[in-house]
Design a protein. Sequence first.
Length: 31
Amino acid sequence: MAFSCHPNVGSVLQLIQSSGLKPRQVRQGHR
């Protein structure tokens, strides 16, 4: 769970949902 590293899990999830991107895609983007 990469989201555990983020202090604001709720905010991250909302950003992903609003962007329509999957967690896997976002993880690659942060890399």
